[in-house]
Design a protein around this ligand. Sequence first.
Ligand SMILES: [Zn+2]
Length: 81
Amino acid sequence: MSVTDQDKIRCEEVIAHLLQYLDGEIDGEKRAEIDRHLEHCRGCYSRAEFERLLRRKVAALGDEPAPPALQRRLKALMEEF
Ligand SMILES: [Zn+2]
């Protein structure tokens, strides 16, 4: 096992900051570290993509709650992580 850029910050840290990251609330070195991590880490990358997609869907739905079928689907997806 080799130590590479992806090990500079850990998955937990990326996940913990993911929402702020997607909101553009994280800048500078921290943002660059997360960018680098996402380039290397499939798990966090798909998590980030999932959150992005979710946000787009939520935005498209407006303030309405997600329909039960979607909620079940999301729950199933979340359990994969
Ligand atoms: Zn990761």
